[in-house]
Design a protein around this ligand. Sequence first.
Ligand SMILES: Nc1ncnc2c1ncn2[C@@H]1O[C@H](COP(=O)(O)OP(=O)(O)OP(=O)(O)O)[C@@H](O)[C@H]1O
Ligand SMILES: [Mg+2]
Length: 412
Amino acid sequence: MANVTRHIGLSLGADICWPICYEALLKKLDLSISVDGNTQRFEVERMGIEPFDLRQPVKYDVVIDRLTHWYHTSREWIKKAILTDDLYVFNNPWSLQSMEKHTTYCAMMRLGFPIPETWMVPPKNYIESPDLQPTLRNYAKLFNLAEIGDRIGYPLFMKPYDGGAWVGVTAIHDRESLHAAYNQSGTRVMHLQEAVDPHDMFVRCVGLGPQWRFVNYDPAAPLHDRYQMDSDFLSDYDEATLSKMTMVINAFFGWDFNSCEALRSNSVWRPIDFANGCPDSQVTSLHYHFPWLIKANLRWSIFCAATDRSMHANLNWGQYFKIAAKDISFDEKLEAYAKIAFDYFDYDRFSEFCERHLAHLDEVALEFFGSDVVKDAIRQKVEALYPPHEIEEFTELFWTRIQTWREQQDAA
Ligand SMILES: Nc1ncnc2c1ncn2[C@@H]1O[C@H](COP(=O)(O)OP(=O)(O)OP(=O)(O)O)[C@@H](O)[C@H]1O
Ligand SMILES: [Mg+2]
């Protein structure tokens, strides 16, 4: 029986709070896991940014990445490490690069998801390039924006086809505001999307490996209040639908960590935003839900490292499309897609692994989230984001919400 050290790398940007908690909790867990006859221990390390030889060996078994979506050197190192050394990383860098909102809408439309009616329009302005004028002169057709707006109906949303962080999103109520928003959209390529209106619920379902968490989401609230603190606010049917949708989306695109936003209208869940390759992980937005994220992250990364999980760098979409083509209801299709997705995420093996090797995680975490390490991590994040006179107040606010979570766990 050999002793093996599994190396987990953190590829970080402006992250402060979650890596501190991830590292400290992993240390407290003091794991020594017997898998396939080997005793495994786990080490976590923050990765630096430096020149690299494309053939140099890779030390890590798993990397949790927060940079790929914008920092190219790290993205390219990760791609190299997957190809040369079978690194497991979340998230798949190729899928992040190529699968923006638009791709995800099209794919999930084909699977029959009730995505709101969506159009793409060419941009209002262009950056000059040598071929631009002849291309537009010959092929760009004049179009009637108002007609498209009328066909979709009002209200509608104009938003970048590859957007994030609410940049360039406008609610449009009539022809006039449609023209005004388009005139202001500059060189961005925009979607016009039917508003899910009215809706009686807005849920952000966060998926991490085969784990998920439902968050009652209030987009109109200030950032620290958007993630509401409700639990058990969904019916069994709603929970089943949203968890399956999230797992299917994530498995389809090869995303280990993603959040899926869906609005409920007339009892139907309509996903509107589910390409979040680098979901918010900060205590300043997640607060009450932050312990869930840290625990889910630990479970999934430890499982992937311990079992040498394969990266699935190539996706297999045909199996979903075969189901999509069947003459059965959407609920039946979703059930069939979900089977593939749960399989993809090794749900049964993962559950068994957690029961056998990580059964003490909940108890250790419960104590840990009442410790000074956590309070200090919150303070550091708050200091980075808030003006000096608000630091005390917001550190206390997020800390108190985490303590509320602890009390509820204790009572459960
Ligand atoms: N089709 C829609 N129906 C109703 N509301 C919508 C729709 N599309 C967008 N919105 C509203 O606009 C907000 C921002 O849109 P969306 O989530 O698509 O953009 P984003 O840039 O990805 O934002 P974020 O990064 O905050 O999630 C949503 O949270 C929602 O409140
Ligand atoms: Mg959104």
